[in-house]
Write a protein that binds this ligand. Structure first.
Ligand SMILES: *Cc1c(COP(=O)(O)O)cnc(C)c1O
Length: 361
């Protein structure tokens, strides 16, 4: 079965480590002698509680989450957090700063506008989202309830290479597409959230890291299920959590730990991305969408400048076993998503393919 696996460059859901999938397969009908699948377990059972707590502990260790912060395992995807963040935090001062560096940050800013006054601390839509603003360029309001940004812009292939400095204003970050790919100082953040389906687990789980003192200030009409305070009090089990995804996250985190943790992931990330960008830079045919200083280590966006040739590249690549390389419709061209679980070998082979295509055309 394993030799039927292809290199899947999907932006999400995306590849999971083979080791985690194999383990899940081995345990799928009978987890740890329990006589049942994790999918069939009560979320209040002893066996599942162990999985839940172990997974939390592993994540806390790998990301070095300080005691000041709670880890929540929620549902609704990253997009639900676009509403949950303002509902919970906007009440602090009634206004918030948003850095719009891509599609998802733009959606989040618009959503937050329903609940308070949103100021755009940066907006690079005019540059077609090819760049990331410098710290000096951020228009910061010291009275903002929070400062919001998205560390990796999945669609455009740009990534913040620094953590914004915002003084006493809490940082909120959507890390859906680069969490666990490089070390992060969690203590600098008020909230970090991420949909699991890019770098962590199957779709259906959203991880939220929240500084505990920021909870409990939600707007009065905040839906029960979107209240961080509710979820902190109930340890993410106010209702049924996404049990299977949490279990899968645990298996993925075991794999991350075996590869040297987040530092190990960063090494692999630099190897993969370095190789791919070098190959593209050395080609005559291909150009990257992102400015050099803003290039993402997770989503590599590129094109030939000729739509027909782009389509031919994608078709030939697909036939050669490289799937999901078509770019997002708003950018066009190609996008290779090279998350944690993409083997270095997959990128090596893609680079060979790119070089051969470049020579041929
Ligand atoms: C994929 C993605 C989202 C949307 O995630 P859902 O879980 O589908 O809601 C939001 N932000 C970023 C950065 C993403 O990559």
């Amino acid at each position: 079965m394993e030799n039927h696996r292809i290199y899947n460059f999907s932006a999400g859901p995306s590849m999971l480590p083979l080791e985690a999938l194999t383990r899940a397969g081995a345990e799928i009908t009978n987890y740890g002698g329990s006589g049942m699948s994790v999918m069939e377990m009560s979320h209040r059972s002893k066996a599942f509680d162990q999985i839940f707590q172990d997974t939390k502990t592993k994540l806390r260790q790998l990301l070095q989450v300080p005691d000041s912060h709670e880890i929540l395992f929620l549902q609704g995807g990253a997009s639900t957090q676009f509403s949950a963040v303002p509902l919970n935090l906007m009440g602090r001062t009634g206004k918030a700063d948003y850095a719009v560096t891509g599609h998802f940050a733009q959606v989040a800013a618009k959503e937050a506008g329903k609940y308070g006054q949103v100021s755009l601390a940066a907006d690079v839509s005019g540059e077609n989202f090819t760049t990331i603003p410098a710290q000096e360029a951020l228009r910061l309001d010291p009275g903002a309830s929070y400062f919001y940004y998205c560390s990796n812009n999945t669609i455009y292939g740009t990534e913040w290479q620094y953590v914004p400095e915002t003084g006493a204003v809490p940082l909120v970050c959507d890390m859906s597409s680069d969490i666990l790919s490089r070390p992060v100082d969690v203590s600098k953040y008020g909230i970090i959230f991420a949909g699991a389906q890019k770098n962590m687990a199957p779709a259906g789980l959203t991880v939220v890291l929240i500084r505990k003192d920021l909870a409990g200030q939600e707007l009065p009409y905040t839906p029960l299920m979107l209240s961080y305070q509710t979820m902190i009090k109930k340890d993410s089990m106010y209702n049924t959590p996404p049990c299977w995804c949490i279990y899968m996250l645990g298996l993925v985190l075991d794999w991350v730990a075996e590869q040297g943790g987040v530092a190990g992931m960063e090494k692999l990330r630099n190897t993969r991305a370095g190789m791919l960008y070098d190959t593209l830079d050395q080609s005559r045919l291909f150009h990257c969408h992102a400015e050099k200083s803003a290039r993402s280590g997770m989503n590599v966006t590129f094109r030939t400048g000729d739509e027909a040739l782009d389509a031919q590249f994608v078709a030939e690549a697909t036939a050669a076993g490289f799937s999901n390389l078509k770019g997002h419709r708003s950018v066009g061209g190609m996008r290779a998503s090279i998350y944690n679980a993409m083997p270095v070998e997959g990128v090596e082979k893609l680079c060979d393919f790119i070089r051969a295509f470049d020579r041929k055309h």
